[in-house]
Design a protein around this ligand. Structure first.
Ligand SMILES: Cc1ncc(COP(=O)(O)O)c(C=O)c1O
Length: 399
């Protein structure tokens, strides 16, 4: 019997973190690496949010905060859901967590047990899988092909549901594909869910505001009010407000579920940093007009990068409708040879070859789909153009 638990043995270090650490390591060895591995906005936190932090400090808001969040923030979140999503939640249906990641984790740990299943459409944000595994549950991966826009179809959902299904994960806009579910697509999934009352929905809306080409955002409890009583709507300030370091997420759902997730939180991290909570109050209650500006910048980068990919035969990027990633098919490079005589046999070989040319990306397998890699476009245009030039050279030298 080893010292570390079986539970720990089931999970892995987040692959995007691992890839970022590897890129850092190579940089410290003097290598010139452009890291397109991490999912965080490259913009600075807005000034009015920083102001909110200063004011909270000046008021000495530095005591233990309530476990479920300060009332001012829970009310701001309830107003946000009403204002932006037409969803009516009372403040006691809202909780604050250390990033949406902690809420997702707590939600799994407080509801999933041995034999319970959670449906995770692939490609997915890798943490979903590990959160289910660490909770002793069974993740049910459903591969969603490029042909269906990397989105779950109603027929796939119907086929994946069993009497042990507890949760369906929906993530729109999606990490890593940027796919956005339309109202009609959510409607069609909802029709399946209505037939299976044992299935709850966890909708991860953290990329809500990062959408392109004017595409609409919809969330399932809004589309089908009959699912309201079994939906946990999760969101956060990290991506929309460039506040990743504040570690602040929020969620709303049925009172009983929120109460139980908060109970678990009371025995782990307790309340989220009071200063982060006041920063989030400033973000959610403050001006929102600058956010489309961020999205427009990501869209311009997406367009430029897609344009540059036209000169990289063998790498086929998808067309993301939101978030800040490209999911690039790299299978056509298999069987080709580097000048050093190494034959590229799989996506790891491709990713290592790109790393040799100074570009770090993350394996598609980390998101449940091969042969792909994910590259983040949350870095400035100059860096992205240089990364694309390096990839052009890396592919051009293959025989
Ligand atoms: C799909 C998705 N959900 C949740 C998160 C977690 O965000 P945070 O914990 O910063 O709110 C991320 C972060 O990369 C993500 O990509």
């Amino acid at each position: 019997m080893g010292f570390y638990s079986d539970r720990l043995g089931r999970i892995k270090l987040s692959p995007s973190t691992a890839a970022t650490m590897r890129a850092r390591e190579l940089r410290t060895q003097g290598r010139d690496i452009i890291a397109l591995t991490i999912g965080q906005p490259d913009f600075n936190t807005p000034e009015h949010v920083k102001q909110g932090v200063m004011e909270a400090l000046a008021r000495n808001e530095t005591k233990y905060p309530p476990i479920d969040g300060i009332p001012e923030l829970r009310e701001a979140v309830a107003r946000k859901f009403q204002r932006e999503n037409g969803l009516k939640y009372s403040a006691d249906q809202v909780m604050i967590g250390t990033g949406s990641k902690q809420i997702l984790f707590n939600a799994m740990l407080s509801t999933i047990g041995q034999g319970d299943e959670a449906i995770i459409p692939a490609p997915y944000w890798i943490s979903y899988l590990d959160m289910v595994l660490v909770s002793d549950g069974t993740p049910v991966e459903v591969p969603c092909s490029a042909e269906s826009g990397f989105k779950l179809t109603p027929a796939q959902l119907e086929a994946a549901i069993t009497p042990r299904t507890k949760w369906l994960f929906i993530n729109s806009p999606n990490n890593p594909t940027g796919a956005v579910y339309s109202r009609a697509e959510l409607r069609a999934l909802a029709d399946v869910l209505l037939k299976h009352p044992q299935v709850w929905v966890l909708t991860d809306d953290v990329y809500e505001h990062l959408r392109f080409d004017g595409i609409e955002f919809a969330t399932i409890a809004q589309v089908e009010p009959r699912l309201y009583d079994r939906t946990l709507t999760v969101n956060g300030v990290s991506k929309a407000y460039a506040m990743t370091g504040f570690r602040l997420g929020y969620a709303a759902g049925p009172k009983e579920l929120i109460k139980n997730i908060v109970k678990l939180q009371s025995q782990s991290t307790a309340g989220v940093s009071s200063i982060s909570q006041w920063a989030a109050v400033a973000a959610l209650n403050g001006p929102q007009e600058f956010i489309p500006g961020y999205a427009a910048e990501y869209q311009a980068r997406r367009d430029r990068v897609l344009d540059m990919f036209k000169d990289i035969p063998g790498l086929q990027p998808n067309y993301p409708e939101g978030a800040f990633y490209l999911f690039v098919r790299c299978g056509d490079l298999f069987g080709r040879k580097t000048p050093a005589g190494k034959v590229l046999e799989n996506e790891t070989d491709v990713v290592m070859h790109l790393m040799d040319h100074g570009v770090a990306v993350v394996l598609g397998a980390a998101y449940g789909m091969s042969p792909y890699f994910r590259m983040s476009i949350a870095t400035d245009m100059k860096n992205l153009e240089e990364a694309c030039r390096r990839m052009q050279r890396a592919v051009a030298e293959l025989k």
